[in-house]
Design a protein. Structure first.
Length: 254
């Protein structure tokens, strides 16, 4: 998908008459991601022999010694071996599972737990005092699709080659702005509205990249429970590569 998207952007630039070096400067901004989506959202060519890559909702399956408050619901558990290899530009585990739990209504509290292959787990039931905390939503499978992302709120002024090309020329400026719109259209896919691993954060208000963070995962509430919030989990490349998941930041936008 990444190579196809890159070529589609190049084709759009040529069709508009934007010089190749300017278009290529925009292509270099693109970053890969992996989307996790329901089966019915999968591209047709991926549906045959599709293997679930994650389980959303339902109770978490965690080792007995992992302490997570009962009010923090399970969002998704990713089967790392089912994620396409060689796609992400962040260090995501290639074996075992990654469980993500997050509470977004009051504490904005979250947990990311890597479970190496063969880890023994138990179903994490809610406390008796909170019988509905984890049982209101049944789990369901999600499937992986490689994708491509662009920076949020991308502008002509963000790309030096575009600024130089459009300097003082309204028609050239319009062509560059049209290229950005074409990029947005190319990268907008129906399966891109759910959970996302890596890539640029789909933040609505405050791009986490502006403060030097890298997206680990984003989870719209609508993709799991319904709701209007989106959870952004991020950190430095080093924290992600070294699996220091307890140091990752949880941001919630609504």
């Amino acid at each position: 998908m990444t190579a196809i998207a890159h070529e589609a952007v190049r084709d759009a630039g040529r069709a508009l008459g934007v010089p190749d070096p300017v278009t290529e400067a925009f292509v270099r901004l693109l970053r890969p991601c992996v989307y996790l989506c329901p089966y019915e959202e999968l591209p047709e060519e991926l549906r045959k022999d599709a293997r679930p890559a994650a389980r959303a909702g339902g109770p978490a399956h965690l080792p007995e010694d992992v302490a997570v408050p009962a009010y923090v619901p399970h969002m998704v558990t990713v089967d790392c071996a089912a994620i396409p290899t060689g796609v992400l530009d962040i260090e995501f585990p290639t074996a075992g599972h990654v469980a993500i739990l997050a509470e977004v209504t009051d504490q904005d509290e979250g947990f990311v737990v890597h479970l190496p292959a063969g880890t023994e787990t138990v179903v994490r039931h809610p406390r008796e005092t909170e019988p509905d905390a984890l049982t209101s939503h049944e789990s369901f499978p999600l499937y992986a699709v490689a994708g491509t992302t662009m920076p949020g709120a991308l502008r002509r002024s963000h790309v030096a080659a575009a600024v130089d090309y459009a300097q003082g020329d309204a028609e050239r400026a319009r062509l560059v702005d049209d290229l950005i719109k074409e990029m947005e259209a190319i990268l907008t896919v129906r399966w891109g509205n759910g959970i996302q691993l890596g890539g640029f954060a789909p933040a609505w208000h405050d791009p986490l990249e502006d403060r030097g963070n890298i997206l680990f995962a984003s989870i719209p509430e609508s993709a799991v429970f319904g709701g209007e919030c989106i959870i952004l989990i991020s950190g430095s490349r080093e924290q992600i590569a070294e699996r220091r998941y307890n140091e990752l930041e949880f941001d919630v936008e609504s």
